[in-house]
Every structure is written in structure tokens, then in C-alpha cells.
Design a protein around this ligand. Structure first.
Ligand code: AMP
Ligand code: MG
Length: 518
């Protein structure tokens, strides 16, 4: 175990690429460079609110004392660190946004873990950088709690994600207009230390393509491949790499659909080239199953980033990445072929995933219809997605009547069933039971598959909302409880949370829908 303050950090990104080393934090365009040196701006009174022991153990990081808490709050930078804000661009809500960059994230250095793997340690909310544009570079407690808990929750669900090591309150106030209605208020400030092997985004490549910095683009592509995709060999490395980004992105979308996660802001600057969930903002799990649900108020009325649209938006975003990589190819034919493989890849992964949720031993073409019937039924009944699948696992071996089936799923429903719906649910259960009966292996094995695929605890927005409200008045009971519960999403150990979203939460701002204000 090593201390944050005594570590010899690696700084390979800044060594490999040109950066603006001036340290000037004035907002500006930074042509020709991939990063700008940016020191965190000190805060009044950093205090540790949460620390991820499990991640720290994996990285070999000692629990922070006073000195290391100063690092987590941005008040101390050691000589071994080379803090910088990365420059990237992106498409936001379908429109080219030009240069964006880390407006409030500062990478302190690369931490080499005992297994030799390297991790970027990044403070989010540590003050302005040249990419802050008109904003303050800070983050409020509410959004920091959300990022901290949800990164770790997604990791424990088995979904690829950036991680969170610490949550620190700053002792400073931050001014935010949460509802974008002219009523700005002071909120507590906080800083999360995020961890990932890399925070490179689709937008990192789009930036260089837009600037026609083709040599930098080529260099970044090969650097990414040699560090994070080192198994890729051959002559056509960039093409093989893009193929793998397509594959990983398809897998990530399938994982989001499996657990019912809605990111909310799938702009290309929020898409990781490692296939990780990145940049937790106005996200949500779906409670009642609704492919049209978007948690982001800024995403209305278009619902570009709605739950069911995520897989196709990912494809659109991959198209932007392909466009950015195009200058590295004599023509776009091969890139387009790889991009077009996305649809089939997604669907084959999707059906395999659904097979797991439904407990099927394997998914053959003739099973697709049953899977689609489940989709249709969920769309029509709008049950709580998580509770529905848990109830499915508990369905009695003999289903004998519409009433019995309707009663069995009652706890998952947010409203009464319409005429004809108990009948179709009953027929679906008969069809599913019949198909399960044809599984090879035991019933217990089928159930185990379902248990692994269907979370029982999900970090619902209203729980986060309650935990944050408590924290704001200095109580951390629910926050601590949620920190434990996220570690066991597939167990029944935290069944006190195994209930539908309460009615009040569907109407309350910050519980079902959120703004980007953070
Ligand atoms: P996001 O939608 O959170 O991914 O942010 C989009 C862009 O706005 C990124 O370049 C962020 O760094 C920047 N940004 C968001 N909030 C702030 C803030 N409070 N201060 C500075 N930059 C910000
Ligand atoms: Mg972002």
C-alpha cells in the first residue's frame, strides 16, 4: 500500500503529447495541443465523506490521512504529479460543439497498481481549467454523490465503467440554478476522485480530425492502441481497433439495457474509447419500463437519449468516431464496413443477454419471438423492470389461471391492468414455462442464470435524492446504507429497498427527471 502523497506518479500522456504548459487557466481555444497544464484551485476545508476501500485495495492506495485528503480536495499537488486538463471536442445533442475539454476535471497523474496496470487519477470539481468556458470548474455535493455512488454501483453490477475512489466536501459554496429558471442558489461544493485506465473519448479524436491535425490524430490512435489494446497486431491496427471499439460499445449498450440504465447525455464527448460508462450526470435507472423514458430535462421534447434509443445513438456516435478516423485511411470503405457491423453485433449480444434474463440455456432464432413478446408485454404493462424480473424468477412451477399470474406480478405494477392484459400475461407465462421446460440442465441452473442477469437492488434516483437531502443536513445514515447495498445488487440482503418507486418521487424534480446543472 502506498500513500497518495508519496507515490512516484507516471505522466505518460503528457510526456507523449504536446500540451500547453503555461498553466494559464483563462478559458481559450488551445490549437495544436491535447492538454493544458492546470493546477487545482484550493478549497476552504476539504473533508473526506467517502472512500472506496475495495478500489483502493486493488490499486494499492493507503487510506488517506490529513495530507492525502488535501490532495483529494485539490489543496496539495506533489512534485511527482503533472496535473492537466484534457482537450477534446464533441457532438452534443446531434450538433457539432467544437472544442470542449475537461472544464472541471483535472488528471493529477497515472498511478501504477501492484499488478503493473496504470490508472489515471482525476479530480472532478477541482476548479477552472482553460476548458471551463463560462462555468466555474466546480461540482456540487448532489452531483458528486451521484457520480461517486453510481460509478461504484455500475461496477458492482458488472457494467464497464470509470470508478470513483473518494468523495470530499470542500467547505465552499457553489452557485447553481438547478431548474434553469433564474433562481440560482448556493449549494455545498464537493470533489470526486475518478479513476480509469483512460478517460479518452470519441471527442478526443473528433477534435484532432476537425483541426486537421492528422499526424496528432495518427499518433493518438496508435498510442491508444499500444496502451489499451496492446493485443492488436498486424498492418491494419487502426481498423482492428475501431472494430473493437464498435464491439465494446455494442456490449456496453446491451449491459445498459440489461440493468435498465439510462445515461441521459450520450454526447460523443461522453463516449469512452474503452467502452466504459463515463460522465455520470442526469442518469437514471428505469423504474416503470418505458423505452421512451429520458431522465434529462434538457433532452425534452426530442428524447434523443431515451432508454430505448441508446443503442442506436451509440451507433450514430460510432459514426462520428469513424468520421474522425477517416483521414487515416485512403478511403472510407473498410471503416464503413466495420461501422455497419454494429447492428448485427448489437442484436446478437442483445438476444444472448435476454436469454440470460429469461433463464434460457441458449438462444436460438426460434427464441427471438418469445423475447420480443416479453419486450412487448413490458412496454404495454409498464411494470417496474427490476421487480418484474425478480417476480418472474419466483413464478410457481404450475401456472393455472390469469388471476394467479396477475396476482403474482401485482407488486411490480404501477397501475391496474387493462382488459385483456391478464390474459396476454398468462399466455406469455405459459409459453415461457414451456420453453424453460426444454432447457438442458436443471431448473436450479436456469434460475442461477437468471439471478446473475437480473439485479435485485438498483440505485434508484429517489433513493439518491433522499440520501443527498440527508447529507445536506449532516446525516449520513442512508448514504452509508446505499454504499453497502450497491455492493450486493444480485442478493436479497437489502430487500428493504426492494419496492417500487413511491408515488411522490415520480412527481418530484430531482427524483425522476434531472437537469444537467451539476
Ligand atoms: P457534461 O455534459 O457534464 O459532459 O459537460 C459538458 C462540458 O461542459 C464538458 O466540457 C465539461 O467539462 C463542461 N462543464 C460542465 N460543468 C462544468 C462546470 N461547472 N465548470 C466547468 N466546465 C463544466
Ligand atoms: Mg462530459
Amino acid at each position: 500500500m502506498q500513500k497518495l502523497s508519496s507515490k512516484e506518479y507516471k505522466n505518460e500522456f503528457v510526456q507523449a503529447f504536446d500540451g500547453d504548459e503555461s498553466g494559464n487557466l483563462r478559458p481559450r481555444q488551445t490549437p495544436g495541443v491535447l492538454y493544458s497544464k492546470a493546477l487545482p484551485t484550493p478549497v476552504r476545508r476539504p473533508a473526506l465523506l467517502a472512500w472506496s476501500d475495495e478500489l483502493a485495495a486493488q490499486l494499492g492506495i493507503e487510506r488517506p490521512g490529513e495530507e492525502d485528503i488535501s490532495i483529494l480536495g485539490g489543496n496539495l499537488v506533489t512534485p511527482a504529479m503533472h496535473p492537466y486538463a484534457a482537450c477534446y471536442a464533441g457532438h452534443q445533442f446531434g450538433n457539432w460543439a467544437g472544442q470542449l475539454g475537461d472544464g472541471r476535471a483535472i488528471t493529477l497523474g497515472e498511478w501504477e497498481a501492484p499488478d503493473g496496470k496504470s490508472w489515471e487519477l482525476q479530480l472532478k470539481g477541482a476548479g477552472p481549467t482553460p476548458y471551463s468556458r463560462r462555468a466555474d470548474g466546480r461540482a456540487v455535493l448532489r452531483s458528486s454523490v451521484r457520480e461517486y455512488l453510481m460509478s461504484e454501483a455500475m461496477h458492482c453490477l458488472g457494467v464497464p465503467t470509470t470508478r470513483a475512489l473518494s468523495l470530499v466536501s470542500t467547505g465552499d459554496q457553489v452557485l447553481r440554478d438547478m431548474f434553469y429558471n433564474g433562481n440560482a442558489e448556493h449549494e455545498s461544493g464537493a470533489i470526486v476522485m475518478r479513476v480509469a485506465s483512460s478517460f479518452l473519448r470519441f471527442g478526443s479524436f473528433e477534435l484532432l480530425a476537425a483541426r486537421q491535425e492528422t499526424e496528432n490524430l495518427r499518433k493518438l490512435a496508435h498510442w491508444t492502441i499500444s496502451r489499451y489494446y496492446s493485443h492488436i497486431g498486424g498492418d491494419d491496427k487502426v481498423l482492428a481497433w475501431f472494430r473493437e471499439v464498435v464491439d465494446r460499445t455494442a456490449s456496453l449498450m446491451v449491459e445498459w439495457m440489461r440493468v435498465g440504465f439510462v445515461h441521459g447525455v450520450m454526447n460523443t464527448d461522453n463516449m469512452s474509447v474503452l467502452g466504459l460508462t463515463i460522465d455520470y450526470g442526469p442518469y437514471s435507472f428505469v423504474d416503470d419500463y418505458d423505452l421512451n423514458f429520458t431522465p434529462n430535462t434538457t433532452d425534452l421534447p426530442g428524447r434523443r437519449y431515451a432508454f430505448g434509443k441508446q443503442p442506436s445513438v451509440a451507433y450514430w456516435n460510432l459514426g462520428c468516431l469513424a468520421g474522425a478516423l477517416a483521414p487515416l485511411f485512403p478511403d472510407t470503405k473498410e471503416l464503413v464496413t466495420e461501422l455497419e457491423a454494429y447492428g448485427d453485433l448489437y442484436w446478437s449480444k442483445y438476444y444472448a443477454m435476454m436469454g440470460g434474463k429469461l433463464g434460457l440455456d441458449q438462444v436460438k432464432a426460434e427464441d427471438h419471438e418469445l423475447i420480443q413478446r416479453f419486450e412487448k408485454t413490458l412496454t404495454a404493462l409498464k411494470p417496474d423492470m427490476t421487480i418484474f424480473y425478480q417476480r418472474l424468477m419466483a413464478l410457481p412451477a404450475e401456472v393455472s389461471s390469469e388471476q394467479q399470474v396477475a396476482e403474482h406480478f401485482r407488486d411490480s405494477l404501477y397501475r391496474e391492468l387493462f382488459a385483456g392484459q391478464p390474459e396476454s400475461l398468462y399466455q406469455l407465462m405459459l409459453a415461457w414455462r414451456e420453453r424453460m421446460g426444454r432447457n438442458t440442465g436443471t431448473r436450479e441452473e436456469s434460475l442461477e442464470r437468471m439471478r446473475r442477469s437480473n439485479p435485485r437492488f438498483i440505485l434508484r434516483n429517489y433513493l439518491l435524492h433522499q440520501a443527498i437531502q440527508e447529507l445536506e443536513v449532516g446525516e449520513d445514515g442512508l448514504f452509508r446504507k446505499l454504499q453497502e447495498a450497491i455492493r450486493k445488487p444480485y442478493s436479497d440482503q437489502y430487500d428493504e429497498f426492494f419496492v417500487r418507486r413511491p408515488d411522490w418521487a415520480s412527481r418530484k424534480a430531482g427524483c425522476s427527471m434531472l437537469s444537467c446543472s451539476s
